[in-house]
Design a protein around this ligand. Sequence first.
Ligand code: GSH
Length: 280
Amino acid sequence: MTEAASYTPPQVWQWDQESGGRFANINRPIAGATHEKDLPVGKHALQLHSLATPNGVKVTVMLEELLELGIAEAEYDAYLVNIGEGDQFGSGFVAINPNSKIPALADHSTSPPTRVFESAAILVYLAEKFGAFLPTEPTARAECFSWLFWQMGSAPYLGGGFGHFYAYAPEKIEYPINRYTMEVKRQLDVLDRHLADSQFLCGDEYTIADMANYGWYGALVLHNIYDAAEFLDVASYTHVTRWAKEIEARPAVERGRRVNRPWGPEETQVRERHGPEDFK
Ligand SMILES: N[C@@H](CCC(=O)N[C@@H](CS)C(=O)NCC(=O)O)C(=O)O
């Protein structure tokens, strides 16, 4: 093992604003708004404020899947939240998500509007509102919730742990990279073993659990996030790859991945989405 720089924690931790790293300019040890800024409100009942990261894509995929089923009430306005610029700390955004993270949804079909934050809560809210992509039979519903919340508990080790130390930290430190690589490979193996015998995460029914897990693990095995595909040997997780490819071939997923995406080829970006014409 390589030598890590020694660090003796002080008695009481102090915020060092110069601590560096890719997200140093937005990381803070306090919550709340930094500036006054109202959110725009479009013409549809559902107002999404998001960005096409793995957590954001889960929700835009769900909304596009609902529209694909012909549910017109699932039409939505999607506004871009530039987290690198600190948009998530504007007063309007904090009012719908006190945790200052995308995605956040406001449903204006209720009075006052219903706010929903945390991607899994949004997926469940939409699934229950429209009666789709969430089994009603109790055993199947429990399996769906299990894989949905497995994803919510697991992905922070992938993103905040592995991704941070492998790709974003100002220096490569062997200890955390080893620790989180071990965990991410274990997670991929959990999925791979399960998907060896199952078309989707909850049997042969495509559900919000697949959408949530595809956002993260689909990006990992198909899109080389963190530039780590080779390092993690993602190609060896053949069942995860088969499952992710099957999901990615769905037209709603193709559209959902593009919404609120300010990067990649210009013609694939749909920075704001207000109707189907935005995909042209
Ligand atoms: N558990 C949350 C995580 C959301 C999250 O971490 N969002 C990130 C982008 S993927 C974000 O908004 N980060 C901005 C920040 O940390 O200031 C969810 O699933 O909705």
